[in-house]
Design a protein around this ligand. Structure first.
Ligand code: FES
Length: 118
């Protein structure tokens, strides 16, 4: 296991994502409610750059003619075909088996480190 220091936590805007590269891997670091999450910049469908996707919420299951929009800022939508993923887990919203690889982070003294090999 190795921790790779990548950037200041202050450089990641609330509700946004910042693309970094570690050992040839592109990883997007998101900030949601002051917490940080990291996802591989690669959609499991056809490889789109996930960090270019819109961060938003989603419509939850609801009755006919009702719309339950929720989870604002917790969902990233693939820029190519619109698949939606939970930024906190990397899981798609339609299947637990389809996911974007998630990376563990270590925050120390205001710096973000990505944990590889865990
Ligand atoms: S490449 Fe992401 S949904 Fe198709």
């Amino acid at each position: 296991m190795a921790v790779h220091d990548v950037l200041d936590a202050a450089d990641v805007p609330e509700g946004g994502g910042v693309l970094v590269e570690v050992e040839g891997r592109e990883i997007c670091i998101y900030r949601i409610g002051g917490e940080f999450y990291a996802l591989h910049n690669y959609c499991p469908h056809q490889g789109a750059p996930m960090c270019a996707g819109l961060v938003s919420g989603t419509n939850l299951p609801s009755d006919v003619y009702e719309y339950d929009y929720s989870r604002q800022g917790e969902i990233v939508r693939c820029p190519w075909h619109g698949w939606e993923f939970d930024i906190k887990t990397g899981k798609s919203l339609f299947s637990d088996r389809t996911r974007v690889k998630k990376y563990e982070l270590e925050i120390k003294d205001g710096r973000i480190g990505i944990v590889l090999g865990k």
